[in-house]
Design a protein around this ligand. Structure first.
Ligand code: ADP
Ligand code: MG
Length: 319
């Protein structure tokens, strides 16, 4: 068993045939390295789900423990609405099938790379970032690190109108309690933190780096570290070579840039935590009990100055 894995699960693993209880419908919802995800309908209820088919043997190795770890993490996070819900688990000779809540809006990846009219606005990103951070703060409070946060693993309940986020793919997740070191480069090159490249200890801050990359991509449509070659990407990451130019951030607030800068820091100890991010002024345009009063220049100024129209703050409304 690898470092930080949990394999004690509470969900009953069913061995009766999946197809006795579900009809597969439509084409694939998506696929990753070792999994295919298909839409299905539960016969008994008519409800729609996403079935993730995981091969137990990968490259000749038995990976059942990895899958049990993925299930255990989903169980640990089931109280949080922004983590995809696990409905049932089936096992055959070759596969384990996770029956998951269906996130019908697909990957946020699609909107990240979309043209202007389909792309996220900053206001969208603020709302979605709060949800991602709420989910990740929950995981971190429960000593779980995701280790593969990227636009392909953040889904939407609906795309148009823009729904809510669901975090998926806990295949690389670990418990922080008994994790000491990583010996392999986990995750997708573009999104991995410098400490992973340097084989240094991973921590909840490792996820926070990936969230910095994620928010950068959601706002600009550009991947901050992506190079032509893998080696160039790794070099860009270890040098924290990031473009914060006006050109790239056209029409995006300086608070957003400040937010990203608090995450794309080489030293993991200096990075903002998920809780700190939730209190960042970028995500809290209105006076907020948990945020720092001096950062709200508009409300501070309005005490001794008449209201001016140059303020960019939103009108007061219940959050
Ligand atoms: P892998 O571990 O192979 O990357 P994922 O869990 O990330 O597997 O699933 C692969 C893809 O399938 C995702 O990127 C997404 O497009 C789709 N997918 C996964 N889970 C769901 C779900 N619950 N609802 C809808 N689509 C999903
Ligand atoms: Mg994935």
């Amino acid at each position: 068993i690898k470092n930080g894995m949990v394999t004690k699960i509470h969900t009953r693993i069913r061995t009766d045939p999946f197809t006795a209880n579900y009809d597969l419908v439509g084409k694939e919802l998506g696929r990753g390295k070792f999994a295919v995800v298909k839409k299905c309908i539960e016969k008994a209820t008519g409800k729609q789900y996403a079935a993730k088919f995981l091969r137990k043997r990968r490259k000749g190795a038995d990976c059942r423990m990895d899958i049990l770890n993925e299930i255990a993490v989903l169980e640990a996070a089931k109280a949080n609405p922004y983590v995809v819900a696990l409905h049932e688990v089936y096992e055959t000779h070759t596969e384990i099938i996770l029956v998951l809540e269906c996130a019908a809006g697909g990957e946020i990846f699609n909107q990240c790379v979309a043209d202007n009219d389909e792309a996220f606005t900053e206001k969208d990103v603020i709302r979605l970032a709060k949800q991602i951070l709420t989910g990740v703060a929950f995981l971190h409070r429960n000593n779980v690190v995701h280790l593969d946060l990227k636009p392909q693993n953040i889904l939407l309940t609906s795309a148009r109108p823009l729904g809510d986020i669901r975090i998926v793919d806990f295949g690389l997740s670990r418990r922080m309690d008994n994790i000491t070191e990583v010996r392999e480069i986990l995750g997708t090159p573009e999104y991995v933190a410098p400490e992973i490249l340097n084989y240094e200890p991973i921590s909840t801050a490792t996820d926070m780096w990936s969230i910095g990359v994620l928010i950068y991509v959601m706002l600009t449509g550009e991947s901050p570290f992506l190079g032509d070659e893998k080696q160039q990407t790794f070099l860009n990451i270890s040098q924290v070579n990031v473009d914060y130019s006006q050109d790239t951030f056209e029409g995006i607030s300086s608070l957003a840039i400040d937010f990203i800068k608090s995450l794309l820091l080489k030293n993991p100890r200096k990075r903002a935590t998920a809780e700190e991010c939730l209190n960042h002024p970028w995500l809290n345009p209105l006076p907020h009990p948990h945020s720092h009063p001096h950062l709200h220049t508009r409300s501070a100024a309005s005490l001794d100055e008449p209201e001016t129209s140059q303020s960019e703050s939103e009108p007061e409304s219940p959050a």
